[in-house]
Design a protein around this ligand. Structure first.
Ligand code: BES
Ligand code: MN
Ligand code: ZN
Length: 488
């Protein structure tokens, strides 16, 4: 992770200097000092490049003098609406532009401490890399940017950073897990990695197939039965709140690879199904972030980990399974497996922990991508208050949500000829009927379901995440917890 440190505002004697320039602003502070120290090179470069500080605009001045290797200016847009989002995006832009510099100093003398930290957060989030399986990166291709010194006189900045660093580490855990290929990241391997988070003070319990069979997890185990890789449920607990306070609960779909099973998927694009555990990865990263910043709240995180494979032992279309809730399900399509996994974990969660609310995250339906594209995740909820808080956290963090409807008429579509329900309906409203299926395993608890199939993975760079696994959900839910559920 990017090493972020804080220092008093003074021109560095060498290396790279980053200036944040609002549209129409006049040189002041370190910006003015840098311009003077370089004999006006900054002003001349801005004029030549027509750099005016527009949002997202950058200007690089190489070897400007005064011992500096470069000055990078990043446009902030209009000063009167400097949102958290814009500051973070500017941080992301600087990290992307500085890949050749081992370190840089950020002139944050014109910002408040909170604003400076927001920029650093964006830079850290963008500087994520996953290089584990590149064995021959040429030195000239290797990203060098590793350290950012934030030049600020605000005393609160340095103190605010550790919590943000814990959040970034959580996001990176999520991205790492979602990026790992499915031959490496089996359910057992993912459970092993979660167990390592005990180092952060998390309580981790791993439940294997024997115990799940004993409990009666017929829906989850039906999905797992086609794979040689055995299923796991992992329960993470963070007890940072008052003893006896009911926990918040987060539940994740963890299909480490989704072939579709006997209802097999087409070959094109099937590799994407290695990140069909992104919901479980988000719950894991969230729990790591909460533990890392010692959040003052009790939280449980549960993930159902399975691999959905076709084989001689796989479940068949038409099979009827007994879920942990006692309800039976006709499995008409083995590719609608995520809801089967979540059904048992959701029921278990409320029976075992009686949480204040449950939020599940799942790459559940292709239909949510048809509906919302890659800009918003879908949110479905039986509780307007919880939904409202989630929507607000989405706007605050840039992990945006859009609420979709639920209702009796949709629920009726789940009627089965042979069992209590079937696991698919027709194509219309496919994300909604998937949510209705989950709702049958929620017993009068405030609950929200986030369908993150469109937002867990990006095919192009974004200011605060390089293309690939986005870590969607960690910042959103960390914000939900911080804004509403922490004492003091
Ligand atoms: N994991 C998929 C959904 C998905 C699709 C996630 C694209 C990420 C990107 C899920 O298990 C699935 O296969 N859903 C089916 C449901 C259908 C059979 C009712 C779908 O969306 O086609
Ligand atoms: Mn599927
Ligand atoms: Zn799936």
């Amino acid at each position: 992770m990017l090493d972020v440190t804080f220092a008093a505002p003074a021109l560095p004697a060498k290396g790279a200097l980053v200036l944040l320039v609002a549209e129409g602003a006049a040189p002041a502070g370190l910006w003015k000092a840098a311009d003077e120290a370089t004999g006006g090179a900054v002003g001349r470069a801005f004029a030549a490049a027509e750099f005016t500080g527009k949002e997202g605009q950058t200007c690089t001045i190489l070897a400007p003098g005064a011992g500096l290797s470069r000055i990078l200016a990043v446009g902030l847009g209009k000063e009167d609406s400097l949102s958290e989002r814009r500051l973070e995006d500017a941080g992301g832009a600087l990290a992307a532009a500085l890949s050749r510099e081992p370190s840089a100093a950020l002139a944050a003398d014109g910002l408040t401490g909170a604003q400076a930290v927001q920029v650093a957060l964006g830079a850290a989030l963008r500087s994520y890399r996953f290089d584990l399986y590149h064995t021959k990166i040429k030195p000239e291709d290797r990203v060098k940017f590793a350290a950012l010194s934030v030049l600020t006189g605000a005393a609160d900045a340095a103190a605010a950073w550790p919590n943000q660093a814990a959040l970034v580490r959580g996001v990176f855990i999520t991205r790492d897990l979602a990026t790992e290929p499915a031959n490496v990241l089996t359910p057992v391997e993912m459970a092993n990695r979660i167990e390592k988070l005990r180092d952060l003070g998390l309580d981790v319990e791993v439940v294997g197939p024997e115990k799940m069979a004993e409990l009666g997890f017929g829906a989850l185990l039906g999905v797992a039965q086609g794979s040689v890789n055995p299923a796991r449920m992992v329960i993470m607990r963070w007890n940072g709140g008052k003893n006896g306070d009911k926990p918040l609960a987060f539940i994740g779909k963890g299909v480490t690879f989704d072939t579709g099973g006997i209802s097999i998927k087409p070959a094109a694009g099937m590799e994407d199904m290695k990140w069909d555990m992104a919901g479980a990865a988000a719950v894991t990263g969230l729990m790591a972030a909460l533990a890392g910043r010692r959040a003052a709240v009790n939280v449980v995180g549960l993930v159902g980990l399975v691999e959905n494979m076709p084989s001689g032992t796989a479940q068949r279309p038409g099979d009827v399974v007994h879920s942990y809730s006692g309800q039976t399900v006709e499995v008409l399509n083995t590719d609608a497996e995520g809801r089967l996994v979540l059904a048992d974990v959701l029921w278990y969660c409320q029976q075992k922990f009686d949480p204040r609310f449950m939020v599940d995250l799942a790459t559940l339906t292709g239909a949510i991508i048809v509906a919302l594209g890659h800009e918003h995740a879908g949110v479905f909820s039986n509780d307007d208050d919880l939904a409202g808080k989630l929507l607000a956290a989405g706007l605050a963090t840039g992990e945006k949500l859009w609420r979709l409807p639920m209702g009796r008429e949709y629920d009726k579509l789940l009627k089965s000829d042979i069992a209590d329900m079937k696991n698919i309906t027709g194509r219309p409203g496919g994300s909604i009927t998937a949510a209705q299926f989950l709702a049958r395993f929620v017993n009068e608890k405030p609950w929200a379901h986030l369908d993150i199939a469109g937002t867990a993975w990006a095919t192009k760079d974004h200011p605060t995440w390089p293309k690939g696994a986005t870590g969607f959900g960690v910042r959103l839910l960390n914000r939900l917890v911080a804004d509403h559920f922490e004492a003091g």
